[in-house]
Design a protein around this ligand. Structure first.
Ligand code: FE2
Ligand code: FE2
Length: 476
């Protein structure tokens, strides 16, 4: 089951050759995808030879196969994790019944909306990173960027397959639309806010991989619990690829911290101006970037209390990450969840919501805990270097645009403050224009094998046991 057919025009492990109609429909979509990639994918690198990982099977041996590929020749395809025998529904009103191989008619539009929203983020991030290759800090990083880009392209394929195979004409139309909306487009933007934010420097890129891709991880984890088995299986396989994206974000930011600490030691100062004169990223600047991307990514989980979240949980459409191992009660019919909401008088009060309605918040909480892991590691580095600076995640109430805290001015700790105070202190909380200019000035392309830009330390090891000075991307 896990063998992938690479002789087909569209590599797949779903026996596409035996469904002519579906195969034709997808083969019709394929050239449009490739056209989109040429136009919106990595700018100017079509002829570069890139050391990439391509899946040749979905099991542990097959999915990480490495070789040198030109990106337009990457074999994008349809790979589902192997089915789990006798899998039953893991949550909601139908808990314990057999999972579905087709979409129940009554849940069709809810499923479609979720799949389209997920699918939309995949090409969006490729578009956001369109020009990043030009300013890579090393060939190693350039390769990682391209690996992520081709895999996000494949994740688009993963969602388009589900749309084509299970949603008929509606699904085919949605698949076209996924190539018609574009990140940051005034007329046809991507669906979710964060995916319209430009990513023009590598500090933003690493923050995006750390915070925004991690939202993707949690969405995929909860869709991997879905009662609609083909969706669950496609998301399970996407998660194996997604792990690398988290890795790039976490190690990228960790390497920036390491380099900054080296510079601080060399010059014997933690003065931001002095650090900038050495071409490194001062920690307060890094903190402001973290504040920006973390708060933006929090909105992706939706409102704290949501009737939509309650229905998708009750109907077995979208579960919680690690539903089986992390929770005792999989039905949540009578339990409640406590949330903090504004009291309308400039303060905070507690509100109790039925658990099912609070599923977005449950997911966001799990996400925040996962985000904290990297910060602990970086803070340890800082402490070991002898500095008492601490990187912190802002409160989940800070700078929210969606949910109970939308447009309520708070400080980084989440204390409500006046609009005047909020606006006055904002330059200390988010990257200022001069911060962005400084970061932009650091973005000079380094493409000599093994060399790193001055603002980032080398990684601990190369890709797939290769040395750091391996030529991961051969530019012509
Ligand atoms: Fe993805
Ligand atoms: Fe990703």
């Amino acid at each position: 089951m896990s063998a992938i057919d690479y002789f087909e025009k569209i590599p797949n492990n779903v026996d596409l050759a035996n469904d002519r109609t579906l195969q034709r429909a997808l083969e019709h979509w394929q050239p449009r995808f490739l056209e989109w990639w040429r136009e919106m994918g990595p700018n100017d690198f079509a002829s570069a030879d890139v050391y990439l990982r391509t899946a040749v099977g979905v099991d542990a041996q097959g999915w990480a196969h490495y070789g040198t590929v030109k990106m337009p020749d990457y074999r994008w395809g349809i790979f589902l994790a192997d089915p789990i025998a006798d899998r039953t529904i893991g949550f909601g009103d139908s808990f314990g019944q057999a999972v579905w191989q087709q979409v129940p008619g009554e849940f069709r539009s809810q499923f479609r909306r979720l799949i389209v929203t997920q699918g939309d983020t995949e090409p969006a991030s490729v578009e956001q990173q369109h020009r990043l290759g030009h300013t890579c800090p090393s060939l190693y990083d350039l390769r990682n960027l391209f690996q992520i880009n081709v895999e996000e392209g494949r994740h688009l394929w993963a969602m388009v397959y589900i749309l084509h195979a299970y949603f008929g004409r509606d699904g085919r139309e949605e698949a076209e639309e996924l190539l018609a909306r574009h990140s940051g487009d005034v007329d046809k933007p991507r669906i979710l806010g964060t995916f319209n934010e430009p990513i023009e420097d590598w500090l933003s890129f690493f923050c995006f991989c750390y915070f925004t891709d991690r939202d993707g991880k949690f969405q995929l984890k909860s869709l991997a619990e879905s009662s609609f088995d083909p969706l669950a299986r496609t998301c399970r396989f996407m998660l194996t690829e997604e792990a690398h994206h988290m890795f790039v974000g976490e190690t990228g930011l960790g390497r920036i911290v390491r380099r900054t600490l080296e510079v601080m030691k060399e010059i014997g100062s933690d003065d931001p101006e002095a650090i900038r004169r050495q071409g490194a990223v001062d920690l307060p600047l890094l903190q402001r970037y973290l504040n920006f991307w973390f708060s933006s990514s929090l909105d992706l989980f939706g409102s704290e209390v949501s009737s939509n979240a309650a229905t998708t949980f009750a109907n077995g459409i979208k579960g919680r990450p690690d539903e089986t191992t992390q929770y005792q009660d999989h039905v949540c019919a009578d339990s409640t969840f406590e949330i903090e909401v504004p009291d309308g008088k400039g303060g905070v009060t507690k509100d109790t919501s039925p658990m099912r309605n609070a599923m977005n918040e449950v997911l966001r909480d799990a996400y925040i805990r996962d985000c904290e892991i990297g910060l602990k590691r970086w803070n340890m580095q800082i402490k070991r270097a002898g500095y008492n600076f601490e990187l912190k995640l802002p409160s989940n109430r800070f700078r929210r645009a969606i949910g109970a805290w939308a447009n309520i001015p708070t400080d980084l700790e989440g204390h409500p403050v006046s609009r005047e105070e909020h606006d006055r202190r904002m330059p200390g909380w988010l990257p200022s224009a001069s911060d962005r200019d400084y970061v932009k000035s650091l973005m000079q392309r380094v493409v000599e094998p093994g060399k790193m830009a001055a603002w980032i330390a080398p990684p601990e090891r190369g890709i797939n046991n290769l040395s750091l000075d391996y030529e991961y991307v051969r530019l012509d």
